[in-house]
Design a binder for this molecule. Structure first.
Ligand code: UD1
Length: 431
């Protein structure tokens, strides 16, 4: 298992370029299941979850070309024949977003067998709302041996009100509804930019969707979708992580290739904390050479403060003067990074869904364990300002969602290297 070794203290200076959004790329790749024609997606980030999705689609019979570098982070997905509309536990267990194939498979093939995702480090994360919605569209769903087995004739449009706002649930139903007979009205939808990006692709494929990016989405079903070419939006969570890194390290960092309008809640909170930023149409420059002041955050659905930046904000709060209160509203168990930050010298008290952080605490390097994707990012941020050399274990979590994070950080002055597991040489039969 790879580890990061990070020596703290260097301000981040220069320019860093943001990759395509993993959370937009995943549903867009699943959308390719809806047509027999090739779908070409550009600005695909080179991260583990994309590779998992490639394997998932390939196992169903899709042809998936995935090229980086000169191939410009492009994937061509051709789902001409879907021999096996199944998603196995082996793949789903490593990436919950695999459940995004459920809606498209039912709509296109009339059947699907997808593993239930099971437990997850950050909370129970059920998919009951995906299932309930698909049933409203006419799918028959049973759960058997840990799998969701669905069958349907042609799906029928319906009015669906989500009991709770769900991002991938909205995306799953949106995809299913494109091929349903008649009109579907989805209410209390997630308004995340990634939902709007998926709808933009689907409309290029011939779908008739209105209102994506708002709470009410109207879909007029069509009988067939065609191929399309689409460029994935920039990753707002990666951008947010680098902006916080620039602020924490008292750096001067130009975060380019991003979409500042997707970063509203974070930027206004950072201004409250005392961070100075300037933005253009596609970049945010963060000038971190100012004292940081404590501020409270509450995670909410978009356009509120994103739960996916909560852990990174906690790392920043350890470096702010005063008491910050973080309330995690989306997931019930998303403070695992706090334990590791404590080991680095942070002053954090957990009270259920609230974390109280008293700063500013000087952080000192320690051996720490990454527990999930965004928790890992917060440990990287803490390590960048800690005294000494921090070793972060289990960085496969960060590889799920950050493209070349160590190269990007090194490019702007961080002292970070990746090391592989060093196995002790075995003495035995072969000497
Ligand atoms: C997506 C993002 C993830 C982000 C999360 C919240 C992707 C691939 N992942 O995850 O990075 O942290 O949104 O912004 O886009 N819920 C139910 N029943 C369901 C579905 C969800 O109770 O059927 C609950 C969840 O347990 C959670 C809340 O709804 O408490 C929001 O979850 P949801 O928006 O579905 O998260 P994901 O789509 O899994």
């Amino acid at each position: 298992m790879d580890k990061f070794v990070i020596r703290g203290g260097a301000p981040l200076l220069g320019t860093v370029r943001i990759s395509g959004a993993k959370n937009a790329a995943l549903p867009c790749m699943a959308a390719a299941l809806l047509t027999e024609d090739p779908v070409i997606l550009e600005n695909i980030p080179q991260v583990r979850d994309i590779e998992t999705t490639r394997k998932l689609l390939a196992a169903m019979g899709a042809e998936v070309e995935l090229g980086y570098g000169r191939a410009q982070h492009r994937t061509t997905i051709h789902c001409k024949n879907l021999a096996s509309p199944e998603a196995s536990y082996e793949l789903v267990k490593t990436m919950r977003a695999s459940t995004l194939v459920l809606g498209p498979l039912i709509a296109r093939c009339g059947r699907a067998r997808v593993s239930l995702p099971g437990g997850c480090a950050i909370g129970s994360r059920p998919i009951d709302l995906h299932i309930k919605g698909l049933e409203s569209l006419g799918a028959k769903i049973v759960q058997d041996h840990g799998y969701v087995e669905a069958t349907a004739d042609r799906l029928k449009g319906a009015e669906i009100v989500f009991d709770k706002i769900t991002v991938t649930g909205t995306e799953d139903l949106l995809m299913a509804a494109t091929l349903a007979e008649g009109e579907t009205l989805l209410q209390n939808c997630a308004r995340e930019p990634e939902v709007a990006d998926l709808a933009a692709l689907l409309n290029k494929m011939g779908a008739r969707i209105e209102g994506a990016g708002t709470a009410t989405i109207r879909v007029k079903g069509v009988s067939k979708l065609k191929g399309a070419k689409h460029r994935i939006i920039p990753d707002r969570i990666e951008a947010g992580t680098f902006i916080i890194a620039g602020a924490m390290t008292s750096g001067d960092l130009n975060v380019t290739g991003c979409e500042p309008s997707h970063l509203g809640a974070l930027l206004s909170k950072l201004h409250e904390v005392g961070v100075k930023t300037k933005h253009s149409a596609d970049s945010v420059r963060v000038m971190g050479d100012h004292p940081l002041a404590a501020a409270d955050i509450i995670t909410e659905e978009y356009p509120g403060f994103p739960t996916d930046v909560q852990a990174q904000f906690m790392a920043l709060a350890t470096q702010a003067e005063g008491t910050s209160v973080i309330t995690e509203n989306i997931f019930e168990n998303r403070f695992m990074h706090a334990q590791e930050l404590l080991r680095m010298g942070a002053n954090i008290k957990l009270e259920g869904r609230r974390a109280v952080i008293r700063g500013k605490s000087p952080l000192s390097a320690a051996a720490v364990l990454a527990s999930d994707l965004r928790a890992s990012a917060s440990l990287v941020l803490a390590a960048l300002v800690a005294d000494g050399e921090t070793i972060i274990d289990r960085v496969y979590h960060i590889d799920r969602g950050y493209e070349n994070i160590e190269e990007k950080l090194r490019g702007v002055g961080a002292e970070i290297k990746r090391i592989g597991e060093i196995f002790p040489r075995r003495r035995g039969a072969n000497g």
